[in-house]
Ligand binder design. Structure first.
Ligand code: HEM
Length: 459
């Protein structure tokens, strides 16, 4: 029975939708949580720009967002701020490059992320889920889903992007350094955003910190070892070694391979682990959804281990993930900077304006998503697509030429892992510890953790 017809209407917590304009304190704090800087207009399809020097233009109009991200993408690079903040961490890689330097790398690396290539990682993904299950089967106390999901997605990244992790002292070390590296990336101060000479800013070169240096060093050593190995592993390292610009024949040097692997770690770890922990928590909190996944997996795979061949048939499991990322997108917004004065859809945008495209607002607009705060995976059912809904009403992976490269990788991983876990254990939320929403690195987390008890199902 579809959830929409069930008596169990489930409204998980949501970030408050602004009723007015942000005050000065909100704007101050919006450097670490962009949602605090959005006014009510943004949630009803308008735009908002605070009257402060350097204040971003927050865009709640999904058609204007499409004009910026898709139709006029050339006029909207990430911009000087993004470059200043992230180049110390990601060097010359895809994330921070622009123009021809970005284009050739993206063209060369993209085949590695095509859905058919990504399917090759399915055994790694299912094995990571099985390892998690082995620990869950003997768990006696509730577990923090954020930690569990982070460990699982890290295991996948180690195997897919870091050569199995054998060049690192231990998984615990890598995990600690990645956490530190990511939290440094997400630390901003107002001085990072205000227009002022760079000489007056605290050094942005220190942004990466010792963990960035530690990771870089180990990734460099891993690349050097892998270059000497004749036998390919078919992982992302090999795929980047083999990446070649079809037009020019250009290949990536070791430094560029490293910068891109560091980018994949940052892009793929936290985002996927948040999506997985929210999906598991939503499933645990909504019994009809848990039951439907269980029935779907039984129908599609019987008792056999899940493989890439089952992916196309795990339709409802995928809908659950799509709905999870609508409610809790891994990035609450996407940013761009106007490279020139431009007028789009009647809005004048001055050169240098930082544009914040309000993903979270698009995902919660009642005109796009009736009853927007209700968890309803059937919104994504093939027969429920709403004609006339703008293309960017749903953009967890962004859109346009810079759309997330890892979307197929993430969906493959999340679908196989969610199906594998739900089939083996019944998930029960811990009523003593309700979820309290917070933001970390532009994505939603549960403040004191997300607690759940996995109860093994009878075989
Ligand atoms: C649920 C998981 C994920 C989510 C929600 C997500 C979301 C995003 C978003 C919103 C962007 C920004 C695009 C823009 O600026 O317009 C992005 C970019 C990117 N993502 Fe992901 N991502 C996920 C997983 C991954 C994974 C697993 C990888 C790789 C292993 C990856 C690789 C990238 C890369 C390379 C870019 C930069 C693309 C470019 O600038 O051309 N992502 N992602």
């Amino acid at each position: 029975m579809p959830d929409t017809e069930s008596a169990h209407r489930f409204v998980p917590p949501h970030w408050p939708i602004a009723a007015g304009k942000p005050n000065f304190v909100d704007l101050w704090r919006s450097t670490s949580n962009t949602l605090l800087g959005w006014s009510h207009e943004v949630y009803s399809g308008g735009v908002y720009q605070a009257k402060l020097p350097g204040a971003p233009l927050v865009i709640g109009d999904a058609d204007l967002a499409a004009a910026i991200l898709v139709e006029h993408a050339d006029a909207f690079p990430h911009g000087e701020q993004f470059d200043r903040l992230f180049r110390p961490v990601w060097g010359r890689g895809i994330f921070v490059s622009e123009g021809p330097e970005w284009k050739w790398q993206r063209r060369a690396a993209m085949p590695a992320f095509r859905a058919d290539r990504v399917k090759g990682f399915a055994p790694i993904m299912v094995a990571a889920a099985e390892r998690t299950l082995a620990a869950w089967r003997t768990a006696t106390a509730p577990l923090n889903l954020h930690d569990e999901a982070r460990r699982l997605t890290l295991r996948v990244l180690l195997d897919a992007a870091l050569s199995g992790g054998e060049d690192f002292p231990s998984i615990a070390d890598v995990s600690r350094h990645i956490d530190e590296f990511l939290s440094r990336i997400g630390q901003f101060t107002l001085s990072d955003f205000f227009p002022m000479p760079d000489s007056l800013r605290p050094s942005t070169a220190k942004r990466g910190g010792p963990s960035t240096a530690w990771l870089r060093d180990h990734v460099d050593r891993m690349i050097a070892r892998r270059r000497k190995q004749a036998e390919p592993r078919g992982d992302l390292v090999d795929l980047l070694f083999d990446a070649v610009d079809p037009d020019t024949g250009q290949r990536m040097d070791d430094e560029l391979v490293r910068d891109n692997l560091m980018g994949f770690i940052a892009a793929g770890h936290e985002t996927s682990s948040y999506a997985l922990s929210w999906a598991l928590w939503l499933v645990a909190s909504h019994a009809p959804t848990q039951q439907r996944i269980l029935e779907e997996v039984a129908r599609v795979a019987g008792d056999a281990p899940l493989t890439a061949e089952h992916l196309d048939d795990l339709v409802f499991t995928k809908q659950v993930l799509q709905e999870t990322m609508r409610l809790y997108p891994g990035a609450t917004a996407v940013v761009r900077t106007a490279a020139r004065d431009i007028e789009l859809k009647g809005v004048k945008i001055r050169k240098g304006t930082l544009c914040v495209l309000a993903t979270y607002a698009f995902h919660r607009r009642p005109d796009f998503w009736p009853d927007p705060h209700v968890f309803d995976p059937d919104r994504f059912a093939p027969d429920r697509q709403t004609p006339g809904r703008p293309r960017l009403a749903y953009m967890p992976f962004s859109a346009g030429p810079r759309v997330c490269m890892g979307a197929a990788f993430a969906m493959t991983e999340l679908t196989l892992v969610l199906a594998t876990l739900v089939r083996a254990v019944r998930l029960e939320p811990d009523p003593a510890r309700p979820v309290e929403l917070a933001i970390r690195l532009g994505g939603f987390v549960a403040k004191g953790g997300m607690w759940l008890k996995p109860v093994p199902r009878a075989l």
